[in-house]
Write a protein that binds this ligand. Sequence first.
Ligand code: NAG
Ligand code: NAG
Ligand code: NAG
Length: 258
Amino acid sequence: HTLLIRLLCLDFVQGRIVGGYTPSPNSIKYIVSLQSSKGQHFCGGSLVHKYWVLTAAHCNIGPWVSRTPELSAYEGTEQYSKPLSLVPHPQYNSSTTNADIMLIKLSAPIELNRYVSLAPLPKQNAGLLAGRMCRVSGWGSTSHSGGLTPLTLRTVRLPIVSTSKCNSSNSFSGNITTNMICAGSSTGGKDACKGDSGGPLVCDGRVYGLVSWGNGCGDPRFPGVYTAVSRFRRWIDQTIYSPFSRCLKSAGLFSRED
Ligand SMILES: *[C@@H]1O[C@H](CO)[C@@H](O)[C@H](O)[C@H]1NC(C)=O
Ligand SMILES: *[C@@H]1O[C@H](CO)[C@@H](O)[C@H](O)[C@H]1NC(C)=O
Ligand SMILES: *[C@@H]1O[C@H](CO)[C@@H](O)[C@H](O)[C@H]1NC(C)=O
């Protein structure tokens, strides 16, 4: 039930979902693990098209080179793919974390089947009311020893926190933009954490948020901050269906055509 995309990049230590549980197998059919060439998980993502993965722009950590044709075989229900190109949002600002969204084009299409499907996205500018329950999922790495380590997907249910509360002086004091949504338990102890970056916050069956930033993990004063995917629905569609993307395909730059 895991779609693994390997990127060659720096390994680093990451946190994991706090206060969550292990979901039943194959329950989230579009979640992606971005991994280094050594098999180290570093970010999450969602499959939004057979050629495209949606993740956070801050997962664009260098140096990455899609140089190894290493793993492209199927292993059980998992599929592996290499990135062809990264498209971070042009307005992404790493100091404010505004517009923290990126599309990754794959070098070969993912086969959609009973274990792998596309993530449903919200309509442009669709909103969510405070208190709406959502769930965020991600992997905690189990070892740093190199090689493909067993990964455990974790999930946690969280309510949406209003922007006014999240942006208040008791919380993120003015650092929340309209391109962000907040979610977290008022009692704390449940949250996404660093290694979950880019992974999906799912509300009403749609990916409304991407794990973006926060202040510690599970602190009740500081909910998790997520990229508001509905603000970027148009950009996502334009990027995926742009003439440039079609051009890449017709130029035969893919190693495998469907
Ligand atoms: C990022 O945001 C900061 C604060 O608003 C601003 O000063 C800076 O110019 C922005 N950087 C880019 C690359 O837009
Ligand atoms: C808000 O942003 C400012 C400027 O980047 C920073 O100094 C401050 O610590 C931030 N506050 C919170 C609560 O994130
Ligand atoms: C958060 O507060 C800052 C400072 O008051 C404000 O500029 C910004 O527009 C607010 N964000 C939202 C989404 O309202």
